[in-house]
Design a protein around this ligand. Structure first.
Ligand code: ZN
Ligand code: ZN
Length: 469
């Protein structure tokens, strides 16, 4: 079989992989690069068009995050006959997130923050949604192409990452020999607060396509969820006791709902005052609704829990209303997770960081030099000095003295690297293809797989370079 990465493998960019198996063309994920606009954000679909023997019969979308599903409308435009498979929950979420992406692209062009024309409109999406084929977890379905010479069976497994997320098992015969390929996508072996840990196929498999997001993060494996929860609670209590505002910047899909669930637990256990207001806003509220609607039909730790069981106030839209909502003690759970400019978490951050009674609690991945990372770096530079360090959250506002508390917690939706190495041991693949990680992360994973399992062939696939596996 042939494997060709069409999107980034050496970064958290657009996830998209092409497989050509016994005359069937398959695409795993159709992500867009969240850091780019327009055509530059897309996977390299042209690589398939350029080879006359290749085509796409089926695509499987593992979950609704933008870096895995954001280019789906363009995949369908490029290959109109493609059949698109996903879980039912992912379809519900994708319907919402792609429409939000269409609106955002239009808004960016209107506001002048990009010169790129929107790649698709909400009208395009209405037509497409009917094409998606949905499947239950662990129920095999057929993904053999029209010209396929070998039957290919696909099966989805709970990936433990966000609502609807799945890993993909492909089973087929190649040259008369049975083969099994498993794509983890973004995966989490351990339970979060709402979603239980991932499930995986029985060993052995032939080829494991493995994510490596946290491969360069040694700290993640040195803490436990329990310890992080205790630290997070202590920080909240400290800030709220002094009448401050606790800002928790989050990704709207996944992290937001998990953090609200955790805050709910603290309140239910009496660790936080029931009456402390929790403010939320925007798309995360619609997504929370989808989490609640699917609570009996998707994997849960507790099907009775509802994200909207946590009493939430909608952050007012007006400037005056927003300012009134900054009377502590209160908690703000707001996007974006990396506090990008012109988002609510960035705006609230600007209002609260100059006062020492407030705090910003960072709970997700923040790439280098994002506003959230600049805040973390400024706080780390304090070193006991009494002069507050300066930080720029938005260049338009300029530097501000940072007096508020800033802490970072590890509540990732991804497995840490030791768990991923453990998963390799469990699945016993003959080959591992490392994707979805920065260079240092993939290298650490490669070195450790080779050390612990010297018989396994480890590959670091390169964007645009086909390989026979
Ligand atoms: Zn993801
Ligand atoms: Zn991802």
């Amino acid at each position: 079989m042939l494997f060709l990465p069409l999107g980034a493998t050496e970064a958290i960019g657009a996830s998209c992989h092409f497989l050509f198996i016994e005359e069937t063309g398959l695409v795993l994920d159709a992500g867009a690069d969240p850091e780019e606009d327009g055509l530059a954000s897309l996977p390299y679909f042209d690589a398939i068009h350029r080879n006359r023997g290749w085509y796409v019969d089926h695509a499987i979308v593992t979950h609704a995050h933008h870096d895995h599903a954001g280019a789906l409308p363009l995949l369908i435009r490029a290959f109109p006959h493609v059949q698109v498979h996903m879980t039912r929950a992912t379809r519900d979420v994708v319907d919402f997130t792609l429409a939000a992406s269409a609106r955002l692209q239009r808004r960016k062009l209107r506001e002048g923050s990009t010169t790129e024309e929107p790649l698709f409109s909400e009208e395009d999406l209405d037509v497409q949604s009917y094409l998606y084929l949905t499947h239950d977890l662990e129920k095999p379905f057929d993904v053999t192409g029209l010209r396929g010479t070998s039957k290919i069976k696909g099966t989805l497994f709970n990936a433990g990452h966000i609502l609807g997320s799945a890993g993909v098992l492909l089973e087929f015969e190649e040259a008369g020999a049975p083969r099994r390929v498993f794509y983890t996508s973004d995966t989490n072996l351990r339970p979060q607060t709402i979603i239980p840990g991932g499930s995986y196929p029985d060993a052995p498999i032939d080829v494991l396509i493995l994510e490596s997001t946290l491969g360069a993060d040694p700290e993640a494996e040195h803490t436990t969820r329990k310890l992080e929860e205790e630290k997070f609670l202590a920080a909240l209590q400290r800030i709220l006791d002094q009448g401050g505002v606790a800002l928790v910047p989050v990704f709207a899909l996944g992290r937001a709902q998990e953090m609200l669930a955790l805050i709910d637990q603290f309140k239910a256990d009496g660790d936080l005052d029931e009456d402390i207001p929790v403010y939320t806003a925007g798309g995360m509220r619609a997504i929370a609704d989808l989490y609640d609607k699917t609570r009996f039909t998707t994997p849960r730790l507790d099907s009775d829990f509802q994200v909207f069981g946590v009493e939430q106030k909608r952050l007012p839209r007006t400037e005056k209303g927003k300012r009134n909502a900054l009377q502590g003690p209160c908690i703000h759970v707001l996007a974006s997770g990396m506090m990008f400019e012109r988002t609510l978490s960035n705006w609230v951050g600007q209002q609260i960081i100059e006062d020492e009674k407030n705090g910003v609690l960072l709970v997700g991945f923040a790439k280098e030099d994002s506003p959230a990372d600049r805040l973390r770096a400024a706080a780390a530079s304090r070193n006991g000095s009494t002069t507050p360090p300066d930080v720029i959250l938005d260049a338009a506002t300029g530097a501000q003295p940072l007096r508020a508390e800033v802490q970072r917690f590890r509540f990732s939706g991804h497995s840490h690297r030791r768990d991923l190495i453990h998963l390799v041991g469990q699945l016993q693949p003959k080959q591992v293809l490392l994707v979805h990680g920065e260079e240092e992360a993939r290298q650490w994973m490669a070195d450790n797989i080779r050390f612990f399992y010297p018989d396994i062939h480890v590959h670091l696939p390169v964007w645009g370079e086909p390989m026979e596996i």
